[in-house]
Design a protein around this ligand. Structure first.
Ligand code: HEC
Ligand code: HEC
Ligand code: HEC
Ligand code: HEC
Ligand code: HEC
Ligand code: HEC
Length: 367
């Protein structure tokens, strides 16, 4: 039924476009070139069919089935409903945010992405009109200033961005002290936490410990086990912003066509998985050794941060821990979180990711 209704809308819209294009025909071409004139609109039906014809939509649906967006595990789980997470984590949240600029209340029954999460209604009916709901330039929320504008990639950039920069944590204007009590496994993890110059750890004798974190203005307090730029800072690394580096603000030229070039290939399409064939358009082979090398460097920086009790590796994943770190060490921590959460091992912006790692390595004394 729904499909039938869609087809009817399509047919009506098609008629409308054809009618408009008939009445809006451009000035007559020079004699003998009548055929060329048609591009003004009479081939609108052909344009429409490029996407709406044959099995294009079916193929897209098939690809989309294997996308994490379609599964929406986190959306349905919890983040999709919470008003301050929903703009990126559920269909309902994104639609409300794109329409009203905010998500006013928690959403009771959040659901995963659908076709019309990203696509909405056509505006111009030209071949480049992909009917994106939020296709305009994006101002990055981390600094409220950097504007990214990369065509169809803008859709992705609304969500795949940091929620904040390091100054969210590095903002103390006076010396501060914080006390926290930890129990169980946490107590083990925090037993040797970085506590600042005059901090202390007290064993309470009942399996719990109490930590006094001393945070003078030379230091920064990591106040959450979820500290960091949030899981998807891909647009920030892509644009070369968000970390602590002397090198910043640069999109890597050769990769500047954006997310779609690598993540939406001939075969992968709406699965959004990077595809080797997309790299081979420019590379003679996929530069895996470069990415493996970057992965090793990220791991080594993580280990050095664990040695100063700034992060904890649980055998599977890295987690921030509460800590009072010198400003330099905090910046190394922040760079680590960015390149870790970026999850491309440098592909998004090879020189920038390498620069962030070099800064962290220099601070932490890794050669
Ligand atoms: C670049 C690809 C593309 C082209 C070209 C295109 N469309 Fe679309 N169109 C889409 C997408 C994607 C959607 C959203 C799909 C969805 O929500 O299922 C859509 C949705 C629609 C809808 C809304 C259907 C609904 O579910 O409400 C109509 C009507 C429509 N298109 C008409 C047209 C017409 C008429 C043309 C030609 C003038 C055209 N389209 C050209 C990609 C395209
Ligand atoms: C600006 C958009 C945005 C906001 C706001 C946002 N997230 Fe996310 N979040 C993302 C993106 C994008 C990913 C996926 C990143 C990836 O796959 O690399 C993600 C991933 C996650 C993950 C999965 C991490 C993993 O390791 O798989 C969790 C959990 C999560 N977010 C929780 C939350 C919670 C809770 C909130 C609200 C407090 C929130 N997010 C707000 C964009 C956002
Ligand atoms: C996460 C956002 C997102 C979702 C969800 C999404 N699309 Fe798209 N879609 C895009 C982007 C981005 C492009 C443009 C790709 C490009 O520039 O080549 C696109 C392009 C298209 C096109 C043009 C032809 C093509 O394959 O490139 C069609 C048709 C289309 N989408 C249909 C759909 C349908 C049907 C669904 C649901 C099954 C869907 N889209 C879900 C982001 C999305
Ligand atoms: C409405 C917000 C939103 C938009 C728009 C969006 N994403 Fe995502 N994306 C997310 C979130 C959130 C996740 C994590 C989903 C989960 O695991 O539940 C994610 C996951 C992913 C993943 C991980 C896939 C996997 O299999 O683990 C990739 C790759 C990705 N997105 C790429 C893209 C690209 C490319 C675009 C644009 C065409 C895009 N995303 C548009 C929010 C978004
Ligand atoms: C030069 C190609 C390229 C460009 C451009 C690109 N990506 Fe990626 N992306 C990759 C590669 C390669 C990976 C690593 C995939 C892996 O390890 O499986 C990746 C990883 C990711 C991941 C984590 C997926 C996962 O399964 O771990 C997300 C999310 C993502 N990219 C989103 C984006 C977004 C959003 C953009 C645009 C701002 C973008 N990418 C631009 C190549 C690219
Ligand atoms: C539009 C062309 C283009 C595409 C598409 C492209 N790259 Fe690149 N990439 C380049 C160029 C040019 C360089 C710089 C020269 C070099 O190192 O080969 C580069 C550099 C890199 C580097 C740094 C190499 C180093 O020496 O450390 C990595 C990693 C990388 N690309 C990964 C990828 C991956 C993975 C894909 C596909 C998912 C991809 N690129 C797609 C053009 C491209």
């Amino acid at each position: 039924m729904k499909e039938l209704k869609k087809l009817m809308y399509l047919f009506i819209a098609l008629l409308a476009v054809l009618t408009i294009s008939c009445t809006k025909e451009g000035p007559a071409g020079p004699a003998g070139k009548d055929g060329v004139d048609g591009v003004d609109g009479a081939d609108g039906s052909v344009t429409c069919l490029e996407c709406h014809g044959g099995d294009v939509m079916e193929q897209v649906r098939f690809q989309f089935n294997s996308s994490a967006h379609n599964v929406g595990a986190i959306a349905v789980d919890y983040a999709g409903g919470r008003s301050y997470c929903a703009q990126c984590h559920s269909h309902e949240g994104f639609v409300e945010w794109a329409t009203n600029g905010m998500v006013a209340d928690d959403i009771t029954a959040p659901s995963a992405w659908k076709c019309n999460t990203c696509h909405s209604l056509h505006k111009t009916f030209e071949a480049t009109d992909y009917a994106f709901r939020a296709g305009d330039a994006v101002t990055l929320m981390a600094d409220g200033a950097t504007v990214v504008d990369h065509g169809n990639n803008n859709t992705c950039m609304n969500c795949h961005q940091s929620r904040g920069n390091g100054d969210r944590y590095d903002n103390a204007t006076e010396d501060m002290q914080y006390t926290r009590t930890f129990t169980g496994e946490d107590a083990d993890a925090y037993l040797n936490a970085a506590v600042g110059p005059n901090g202390s750890v007290t064993d309470n004798g009942d399996g719990s410990i109490t930590v006094l974190f001393d945070v003078p203005t030379t230091h920064v307090y990591i106040s959450s086990t979820h500290a960091g730029p949030h899981h998807g800072p891909q647009t920030n690394t892509f644009a070369g912003v968000g970390g602590y580096s002397t090198e910043s603000g640069e999109v890597f030229g050769p990769h500047s066509d954006g997310c779609v070039t690598c993540h939406m290939g001939e075969a992968s399409g709406h699965s959004f998985k990077p595809e080797d064939d997309n790299c081979l358009v420019c590379h003679t082979s996929v530069p895996t050794s470069s990415m493996d090398n970057t992965a090793d460097r990220i791991h080594a920086v993580g280990e050095a941060l664990e040695a100063i009790h700034a992060v904890h590796f649980d055998g599977e994943a890295w987690h921030p821990v509460y800590a009072s770190l010198s400003r330099e060490n905090f910046q190394a921590f922040w760079n680590f979180m960015i390149v870790l959460e970026d999850r491309s091992n440098g592909a998004h912006n090879p020189p920038y990711v390498k620069a962030l790692l070099s800064e962290a390595e220099a601070t932490l004394g890794i050669n």
